[in-house]
Design a protein around this ligand. Structure first.
Ligand SMILES: Cc1cc2nc3c(=O)[nH]c(=O)nc-3n(C[C@H](O)[C@H](O)[C@H](O)COP(=O)(O)O)c2cc1C
Length: 201
């Protein structure tokens, strides 16, 4: 699979906006001929420019091993249509699969590759952030927290264009982001609200 025609690069200074509303992501990784994907709800922007993000990757995961070895990962934003796959790759570790198997194939996820990313991009997602790890050995060991810098980003123009999310009412429910409550239950954004400009005292 190659980059779909409705996907365009996102300027790096706009990349943080892809995660500003707290979507659950899929973390893809690859090293030494092995690739993997897991779900991660604990992620957040840290800095506008250069764009830095944080994501928690538990020590028990195979993803952790691949990310530490390669220093690279991709954050993929799954839409509602991929909720079951998101829960599946977040519930089953690749450690449970035969070494020759990978979770993308096992759970029917398509992939495509971009030169800027050393890990696969998950097909059918809304946006992709190719990142490098900024090594913080103490923080990684103590808190399972990875600080990463975005090297390149892409988004589906049906949901995000010119550095902004489209108005929520223009995004079909199947293309809205997932927000994990726990146990495979997600909320999907249903209402947009513009707060009034503050009256300064
Ligand atoms: C919706 C969802 C969100 C999750 N968020 C995180 C997270 O933020 N950090 C984490 O370490 N694990 C998280 N997990 C658990 C991992 O995805 C899970 O341990 C996964 O099986 C690891 O796969 P791996 O061993 O193949 O890398 C989440 C699971 C689900 C279902």
């Amino acid at each position: 699979m190659s980059l779909p025609p409705h996907v365009l690069p996102v300027r790096l200074e706009h990349a943080y906006r892809l995660l500003n509303h707290g979507p659950t992501v899929l973390v893809s990784s690859a090293h030494a001929g092995r690739c993997n994907v897991m779900a991660a709800a604990w992620n957040m922007p840290l800095e506008f420019s250069p764009p830095r993000l944080a994501v928690v990757i538990d020590k028990s995961t195979l993803t952790r091993e691949l990310v530490e070895a390669s220093g690279r990962l991709v954050l993929n934003l799954p839409p509602q249509a991929l909720a079951d796959a998101c829960f599946a790759v977040g519930s089953v570790s690749s450690r449970e699969l035969a070494p020759a198997q990978d979770k993308l194939t096992a759970f029917g996820l398509e992939r495509f590759d971009m030169p800027e990313a050393e890990a696969p991009l998950v097909g059918g997602c809304l946006a992709w952030l190719a990142c490098r790890v900024l090594p913080e050995p103490h923080v990684q060991a103590a808190y399972d927290l990875f600080v990463v810098e975005v090297l390149a980003a892409w988004a589906d123009t049906r949901v995000f264009e010119d550095g902004r999310w489209r108005p929520l009412q223009d995004i079909p429910p199947a293309l809205r982001t997932l927000h994990h409550l726990g146990g495979g239950q997600f909320w999907v954004p249903g209402q947009a609200l513009q707060a009034a400009a503050p009256a300064r005292p």
